[in-house]
Design a protein around this ligand. Structure first.
Ligand SMILES: [Zn+2]
Ligand SMILES: [Zn+2]
Length: 353
């Protein structure tokens, strides 16, 4: 009996789905950990009592806390490049080229984009509470969450002449245009921050990325929205992990079914062979048929039409043809008579009389 056989495509599908399921599960676990940490993080209002709370905590720090305050620059704020009246503390400018690239595999033009230029500026800033208590925000560029808003978005279309078209045809690239985007964290925005909260020896309050590796958040959305987004993200990754695991299981079931069908055929053959041997044993004992290799005149009539060496020893039913030996009958690729192509329903041994 040969073992469980998996072909190359099945092995690839199985491996890919299990690997993807594993990756999705890993990301899901990470997201879920963040969701749990967000759920357990204490919320504080920025006011004088925050200092008192931190004074009584060990080492004057809270590993993961949620605060909400209004953005205020420590020094001069940054000015927007496109709207001079807007000032902020974080600014990001991206120039992106949109183009069509000839895909020789798909035989068509496909959309493509690349960043031509990216610039991020930051100035130190604080989160201010209701009674002017300030919390200094450190390393804001390491934070996740939507904390900047798009204040400028413009697409510059490219116009081209005949020579450009020829050049595009030869190079396989058609520029569509350039998109410039400016994002800014405006002064005066209410910002939710989730991170490590520290009271320095000089009395300054600081929010910074958690030293234990938990995710640092700054968001212009409120805490519930942030929490909801992370929760949805975790559910998405979990669904993907389950879907890929099911795909892997489907491949295994498919391979298992095929293996089972093969075993069934073998069991049938085995049963048939035992039945054939039983009938052969019950047959009246008669002199053995002439040796097929002895140059007998009946030689070609008696010899199996397939192997041309063994004597014909079985009758194929229902057609009744006597044309092959039992070994060759079992090796037939289909259960069809080699002479008349009729379906073989049963096979019985020949009784020499
Ligand atoms: Zn044969
Ligand atoms: Zn036949």
């Amino acid at each position: 009996m040969d073992g469980f056989q998996v072909n190359f495509t099945e092995a690839m599908c199985l491996g890919a789905s299990l690997a993807l399921s594993g990756i999705c599960y890993y990301v899901y676990r990470k997201s879920q950990t963040t969701v749990d940490e967000l759920n357990n993080a204490p919320h504080f209002i920025i006011d004088g009592t925050l200092r008192d709370v931190l004074k009584v905590t060990p080492q004057a720090y809270l590993q993961y806390a949620v605060i909400e305050g209004v953005v205020k620059p420590e020094g001069e704020p940054l000015k927007s490049d496109f709207h001079k009246e807007i000032s902020g503390v974080l600014q990001k400018f991206v120039l992106r080229e949109h183009r069509l690239v000839w895909n020789s595999f798909l035989r068509r033009w496909t959309d493509d984009e690349r960043v031509l230029h990216e610039r991020v500026n930051a100035t130190p800033f604080l989160l201010v509470g209701s009674d002017e208590t300030e919390v200094k925000v450190l390393r804001p560029l390491q934070a996740s969450g939507m904390h900047m808003e798009v204040i400028h978005e413009k697409f510059h279309q490219v116009n081209y002449g005949f020579t450009d078209l020829v050049g595009q045809f030869l190079s396989g690239q058609k520029p569509k245009g350039q998109l410039e985007i400016e994002e800014i964290l405006k002064v005066g925005t209410t910002l939710t921050g989730v991170g490590e909260l520290i009271l320095n020896t000089d009395g300054t309050l600081i929010l910074q990325p958690p030293s234990n590796g938990s995710e640092y958040f700054l968001s212009i959305a409120d805490f519930d929205t942030l929490q909801g987004e992370k929760q949805n993200e975790a559910v998405c990754w979990k669904t993907l992990a389950v879907a890929f695991a099911l795909a892997g299981a489907a491949v295994l079931v498919w391979v298992g079914l095929r293996h089972y069908r093969r075993l069934q055929v073998r069991w049938e053959q085995e049963k048939e062979r035992r039945e054939f041997e039983r009938l052969q044993a019950e047959a009246p004992r008669l002199p053995a048929p002439a040796d097929p290799g002895a140059g007998n005149d009946n030689h070609t009539e008696n010899v199996c039409v397939i192997c041309l060496s063994q004597p014909r020893d079985c009758i194929l039913l229902n057609c009744g043809h006597v044309c092959c030996c039992y070994t060759c009958y079992q090796a037939l690729p289909q259960r069809k008579c080699p002479i008349c192509r009729q379906e073989i329903s049963r096979v019985v041994p020949i009784y020499h009389t």
